[in-house]
Design a protein around this ligand. Structure first.
Ligand code: 5GP
Ligand code: MN
Ligand code: MN
Length: 322
């Protein structure tokens, strides 16, 4: 496994004609936006590029061009591909069941910004200072002189907006805003993205949020707040997995809280844990201790235990790093 820079990563993309782009499981705005933007621009250069992922694109991202037309199911990937490219994947497990399709690519390229990235590909372009992979995708497209039309700009801009929570998270810096400004000049409309991402809620999502808020508890002398989403709550609310995205932020938002945690039962009886910290606690390290990963301020992991057991284990680990 080799660490490479922007120029080398860009050459790999430029020299490849057929490229598979892998999203991570339960894809978020960064995974989706950077993948769609990259594919759209590369197709306009005459390349063949498709997106591979195991989970559906949540409805809130259906305003992004290409969401329903670039996709190939991993079982249907065949033939010879020049490159398997991973965007926003901190480790290889993040591609989930799509793993067999990775082998269809002659080479592998990992483009990511997670501090916990395991450099799992043959070639790895990693920049932990980037707030979103959309920023890295933008740099690559610029480097190879790819066309960036308003729709591509919209996809990349959405990646920045979602991974920074609307330019609010700790990861937001001057380069985030410079790239955002470039993308707005190229035709992305901030108002449209804000409407779709932050100002549109489905009723099931709000019903789920109402139930989750009732489980909110404090621990660690008021420095930790945690919430639970059970299968029953999802069913009662008529909600789906993706409706839980962002709910964890309500736990962190409690005054005086440093770490917010959401425990969610998965359909197959595991516990999906989302962690958010405010200022000091490295929740990426905590998540890594449970086989997951992420950033210092936002991370996740999956525990193969019951709900109560998961709550006990994770709360203990979080309190140990406070
Ligand atoms: P979320 O809580 O929204 O699912 O994830 C928060 C952050 O941690 C995201 O940046 C995500 O990419 C990362 N993350 C979440 N779960 C995992 C995991 O199981 N493994 C790794 N490596 N990263 C994760
Ligand atoms: Mn992501
Ligand atoms: Mn990301």
């Amino acid at each position: 496994s080799l660490l490479i820079d922007l120029a080398a990563a860009s050459r790999m993309i430029r020299d490849a004609q057929r490229i598979l782009f892998f999203m991570h499981v339960q894809p978020d705005g960064d995974s989706i936006g950077s993948t769609l933007g990259m594919i759209r621009a590369l197709r306009q250069m005459g390349k063949e590029a498709v997106m591979v992922g195991v989970d559906p694109i949540p409805p809130m991202y259906h305003f992004l061009p290409g969401w329903d037309s670039y996709r190939v199911e991993w079982q249907d990937v065949d033939g010879e591909w020049d490159l398997s490219c991973f965007l926003d994947c901190g480790d290889l497990e993040r591609v989930g069941d799509a793993l067999p399709a990775v082998q269809r690519g002659r080479r592998t390229l990992n483009v990511d910004h997670h501090a916990t990235n395991t450099a799992f590909a043959e070639f790895n372009y990693l920049d932990f200072s980037a707030a979103a992979v959309g920023e890295l995708a933008y740099r690559i497209l610029r480097e190879i002189g790819a066309p960036i039309d308003p729709e591509t700009a919209l996809c990349l801009y959405t990646s920045l907006v979602t991974d920074t929570g609307g330019f609010r998270y700790d990861s937001t810096g001057p380069s985030t805003h410079r790239v955002a400004a470039d993308l707005i000049e190229l035709g992305a409309r901030p108002y449209d993205v804000a409407q779709a991402i932050f100002e549109t809620e489905s009723l099931p999502r709000l019903a789920l949020l109402a139930r989750a808020l009732q489980t909110l508890r404090l621990d660690g002398g008021g420095r930790v707040a945690w919430m639970v989403i059970t299968r029953e709550m999802l069913r009662e609310a008529g909600a789906q997995e993706h409706d839980a995205e962002g709910v964890v932020n309500y736990a962190r938002s409690v005054s005086g809280v440093e770490v917010g945690i959401l425990f969610k039962e998965t359909p197959d009886g595991r516990v999906r844990v989302s962690l958010r910290s405010r200022k000091t606690a490295d929740v990426g390290a905590v998540a890594k201790g449970f086989g997951g990963g992420g950033h210092a301020r936002a991370a996740g992991c999956t525990l193969y235990t019951g709900l109560d057991e998961a709550v006990g284990q994770v709360l203990a680990a979080v309190k140990a790093v406070l």
